[in-house]
Design a protein. Sequence first.
Length: 236
Amino acid sequence: MSSVKPLDPPQDISQEIAFPPGDLFSNEPPLESELHLRQILLLLQSLEWFWNARQDFYACGNLTIYYSPNQRKSEQFRGPDFFVVLGVERKPRKSWVVWQEDGKYPNLIIEILSSSTTKTDRGLKKQIYQDIFRTPDYFWFDPDSLEFQGFHLVDGEYQDLQPNANGQLWSQQLQLYLGVHNSKLRWFDGENQLLFMPEEVARQEQQQREQAEQQLAETETLLARYRERFGELPEQ
């Protein structure tokens, strides 16, 4: 059994402790590398694009989660590389302050591994996310080695997720797959279709327009050749 003792729910301890204000700023260090930054943005922007019509979630990266019942920013806080909270208002936040969010913790957390964080992400953070946060879905991904692993909370303990035939892992909370695509961690829907970034959608639409224009030009060239040999097309 874990040695970390879960905190009492905020509603139970609020009668004993005066909570600090909720307008605390995030206190996270700079990201490890450009790979980490681009990976977080990829996860965030593609999910927000896919859920564009939804207003009942919050997703962010490299943002501090404050969960201490004491008025100290120096204790009981963590900064996941990427997390999603469901059932909350979709709006900008300076940080995630649990006692100002009806006691809500992330439904999903993803850590991007690096040489300096791997031990903590696999050990202490995993234990905190399991025993205190009770976050149902936890994943980690190494952008260098492409190591990818996921867990789902079952009876208070993280159980390894098993990949599908495409090597993807299912997030029960988000009802989406996570998988490695072109050396990046990407979202896939229930039909295994890739969730695109906005610029990928724009690029795809541009390619479709160019293909349509090319097909039209080829058709007009064929018609011109036909007219040169046989005259105008017969009227219908």
